[in-house]
Ligand binder design. Structure first.
Ligand code: NDP
Ligand SMILES: CC(C)CCC[C@@H](C)[C@H]1CC[C@H]2C3=C(CC[C@]12C)[C@@]1(C)CCC(=O)C[C@@H]1CC3
Length: 322
């Protein structure tokens, strides 16, 4: 996000809880977004704020999600209003409508999940509702939400590293379900492109005000074909045995129950959580027609090119050939 904004000639302030990069062209502010007072200096003189922070879904910490995604988002909104920021673009998630059952070409009109698959998703819903309802043209404050899905690309600490870690420990042997379920994986540059278009098109009377938009690669792929391509691209064997979806789901549920019972004694993070099994074994792809129509969105990097660039960016995860 920072790199594309700078490339387009925008001045950028970054607010984050840890400093993970150095760039002379960026003003960096260190702090917790739950602290409104800490946010204010970063927002002085700013016209657009992008709120992309969240604890990682794998942290599975209900209180932390509630504190950062819900209470923290309220603090971000208050701070934006107090500092005179005119536009707030939230990074939401397409998962706000996902309940663990198939979604095919889902539109933004699907209702929020009544039974979200985890605490992360539960608080992404609360967060999105807060941001969209804060849209207030009378006070010159405009809000919108971008809902990406399955973000991947260079430097992402989740998708490829978690997959390769699982392969290294011999856990990537099984295809969950029949392997035909289509899913969206979205290249990070397309996600960023959608955010910047949203900011540029968000203004009084625009259809973006108070609304959510899917941003995807617009090329749904079978979940297991995508995983296999990443694995083989980094010299790991693709999974080849099939396990029925419900068997995998109930095994993961049972495992999480056992680990919860053992949690006073030992903390173990399982690779196959019920949430990951649900994501691996169902259809979940979304239409980005509304973003095309209302902000002129079109993916700028194709899935093929995105996978190649991603594979090249992780030389340290490549397995040496025997
Ligand atoms: N990855 C995906 O597939 C998808 C992600 N999203 C959303 O995209 C956004 C970015 O996610 P992603 O790039 O994956 O995750 P990252 O972990 O890379 O980015 C989130 C950032 O938020 C920071 N952060 C967490 N808590 C706070 C806090 N209290 N105050 C300030 N900063 C904080 C994190 O810091 P630190 O790492 O130090 O905790 C991290 O730098 C999130 O809103 C996520 O919900 C939506 C759909 C799909
Ligand atoms: C062990 C394997 C079965 C799976 C390894 C890859 C997974 C780590 C990823 C596959 C789909 C990804 C995904 C997300 C995180 C990483 C995966 C589970 C999200 C949950 C991230 C946050 C969101 O908002 C939705 C994403 C859906 C897809």
């Amino acid at each position: 996000m920072v790199e594309q904004l700078l490339e387009k000639g925008y001045a950028v302030n970054v607010f984050d809880i840890q400093k993970r990069f150095d760039n002379d062209r960026v003003q960096f502010f260190l702090g917790d977004l739950c602290d409104k007072e800490a946010l204010l200096p970063a927002l002085q003189g700013v016209s657009v704020a992008f709120h992309c922070a969240s604890p990682a879904p794998s942290s599975d910490n209900r209180e932390l999600f509630y504190k950062v995604n819900f209470m923290g988002t309220k603090a971000v909104i208050e701070a934006c209003k107090e500092a005179g920021v005119q536009k707030l673009v939230l990074t939401s998630s397409a998962s706000v409508v996902f309940e663990g059952t198939d979604i095919k070409n889902g539109s933004e009109d699907l209702p929020y999940a009544k039974k979200p698959i985890d605490y992360y998703t539960e608080t992404k819903i609360l967060q999105e509702k807060e941001v969209l309802s804060a849209n207030d043209p009378d006070n010159n404050f405009f809000t919108t939400a971008i809902r990406p899905h399955g973000i991947f690309g260079p430097r992402d600490p989740q998708l490829v590293p978690i997959l390769i870690q699982a392969a290294k420990s011999g856990k990537m042997k099984f295809i969950i379900g029949d392997g035909k379920n289509l899913v969206d994986f979205t290249y990070v540059e397309n996600v960023v492109h959608g955010h910047i278009l949203a900011a540029e098109n968000l203004q009084r009377h625009s259809p973006l005000c108070g609304k959510a938009f899917h941003i995807t690669n617009d090329e749904p792929v079978p979940f297991w074909a995508f995983m296999s391509r990443i694995l083989t691209g980094l010299n790991y064997d693709p999974p080849k045995y099939y396990i029925p979806y419900w068997l995998a789901y109930y095994l993961a549920l049972f495992l999480s129950l056992v680990l919860w019972l053992l949690s006073p004694l030992v903390t173990i993070k399982p690779t196959f959580t019920p949430m990951r099994v649900a994501l691996a074994g169902t259809f979940h792809y979304y239409s980005c027609e509304r973003a095309k129509r209302d902000m002129g969105y079109k993916p700028v990097v194709s899935l093929d090119e995105a996978i190649d660039r991603t594979l090249q960016s992780y030389p340290h995860l490549r397995r040496a050939k025997a």
